[in-house]
Design a binder for this molecule. Structure first.
Ligand SMILES: [Mn+2]
Length: 346
C-alpha cells in the first residue's frame, strides 16, 4: 500500500465516521473474512461500522466472530438503505466493480460517502478515493493485514481479527497451495496464529462440512467428467435434473471444478452447471500455469476473474455450451500445452 494512500486513510479514520463495509454478492470466505476483520479493527479504533452483504452467505462461514452483526440487504432492505444513505465512508472489499453487488449497486452509486476499495481482482474501476488494488496478492484478507500493518496497528489485531483474516487467506489460497501464496503470506498467517487464529479448528469448520447429498453429487460430477488430453483440459457438467436428484443446495458444488486439476497433465478445468430458473449455464474455470482463464472467460463466456480462477455464464443449452467450449479449444492448444509444461503428461 503506498504511503500517500495510507495517509489519506489515516486522516479519514481520525475523525468520527459512519462506516459501511461491503463484500461482493455471494460472499466467500475471503469476502466475509476481510469485511468482518475490518469491522473488528474499526470498532477497536472506536469507530462506528457495519457490514452490509447483498445476500446470504454459506453456513460454514456463520461461526465467524461478528457474523451475527452482518446486515443482509435482501432481507433487511430498509435498514440497509438507511445505513448506506447515512454513511460517510464506504469500504468495498474483495471486488472492484460496483456491478458485483447486484441490487445494491444503484444505492452505492447514489451514496454521498467517500469510497475505499481493497481488492485483488484484475481491472479495477475508478469509483474510490483510495484504491488499494494488487492482483499479486492472494487474498483481500492479506491486504487488510497489510493495511493494518501500514497503519502501525499490528498490536491491535485481536483474536477475532486473526480468526477472520486466517479464514480468508486459507480459502483464497486453496489452503496455501496456489502460486499467489508467498513467503509473506506464510509470515502473515504465522503472525495470525500467534495472535489467536485457531488454524485447525478453522480448517475443520470450513472444509469438513459435507452432507451425504453433497458427496453423492460430487460422485455424479466426477462420473460426468470429460477429459480432453490433447488440450490438457477436463470438464464437468451437472444438469438441473442431476442437481435436483441430489437435493442440491447453494454452495454444494463449491470446489468441484478443482478436481480436474488434480489429474496429472491437466491444467485447464471447467465446470458447467445448469440453472433452469435463471435460464443460464453457470461456469467456473480454473487453470495452472500461465493460461489465463480470466481472458478466456471474458472472451467466450461473459465473465472474468483472476489468471487461474474465473467465472462466466452461457445462455445456450448445456449441450450447446459444451459443444461451443470444445470448439474453442483448438486455437488455445499450444498455449495449454505450454502452460501445462511442468505437469508432465497423463
Ligand atoms: Mn478474494
Amino acid at each position: 500500500m503506498n504511503l500517500e494512500d495510507v495517509k489519506v486513510v489515516k486522516e479519514l479514520l481520525s475523525t468520527p465516521q459512519h462506516i459501511v463495509i461491503v463484500p461482493h454478492k455471494n460472499p466467500d470466505g475471503d469476502a466475509i473474512g476481510s469485511t468482518l476483520a475490518l469491522y473488528h479493527y474499526l470498532k477497536g479504533l472506536g469507530l462506528e461500522a457495519v457490514v452490509i452483504s447483498q445476500n446470504d452467505y454459506p453456513k460454514f462461514l456463520k461461526w465467524m466472530p461478528g457474523s451475527e452483526t452482518i446486515v443482509n440487504f435482501e432481507w433487511d432492505m430498509t435498514s440497509a438503505r438507511t445505513l448506506i444513505e447515512k454513511a460517510t465512508l464506504i469500504f468495498t472489499l474483495d471486488f472492484n466493480h460496483l456491478s458485483r453487488v447486484d441490487k445494491m449497486q444503484p444505492f452505492l452509486e447514489e451514496a454521498s460517502a467517500t469510497f475505499i476499495m481493497i481488492d485483488h481482482h484484475q481491472e479495477p474501476s475508478d469509483y474510490a478515493k483510495v484504491t488499494y488494488s494488487d492482483t499479486n496478492i492472494g487474498s483481500t484478507c492479506e491486504m487488510v493485514y497489510n493495511l493494518i500493518e501500514a497503519m502501525g496497528d499490528l498490536n491491535k489485531i485481536s483474536n477475532d481479527i486473526a480468526n477472520c483474516l486466517y479464514t480468508g487467506i486459507m480459502t483464497d489460497t486453496g489452503s496455501f497451495k496456489f502460486p499467489s501464496t508467498t513467503s509473506k503470506t506464510h509470515r502473515v498467517v504465522a503472525d495470525l496464529i500467534d495472535k489467536g487464529a485457531k488454524n485447525t479448528e478453522i480448517h475443520n469448520r470450513v472444509y469438513d462440512t459435507n452432507t451425504p447429498d453433497r458427496l453423492h453429487l460430487l460422485g455424479c460430477a466426477l462420473k460426468n467428467m470429460v477429459i480432453l488430453e490433447e488440450y490438457r483440459t477436463a470438464y464437468i457438467t451437472l444438469s438441473q435434473e442431476e442437481l435436483d436428484t441430489h437435493n442440491f443446495k447453494k454452495g454444494d458444488t463449491e470446489g468441484f471444478v478443482n478436481y480436474g486439476l488434480t489429474l496429472k497433465g491437466i491444467c485447464f478445468a471447467v465446470i458447467f452447471i445448469e440453472n433452469k430458473e435463471e435460464k443460464i449455464i453457470k461456469i467456473s474455470l480454473r487453470s495452472e500455469g500461465n493460461f489465463s482463464v480470466n481472458q478466456y472467460a471474458r472472451k467466450h463466456f461473459q465473465g472474468g476473474g483472476h489468471v487461474n480462477a474465473a467465472g462466466g455464464k452461457s445462455n445456450l443449452s448445456l449441450r450447446e455450451t459444451t459443444d461451443y467450449f470444445e470448439s474453442t479449444l483448438v486455437k488455445y492448444k499450444d498455449d495449454l500445452i505450454l502452460s501445462c509444461g511442468q505437469k508432465g503428461s497423463l
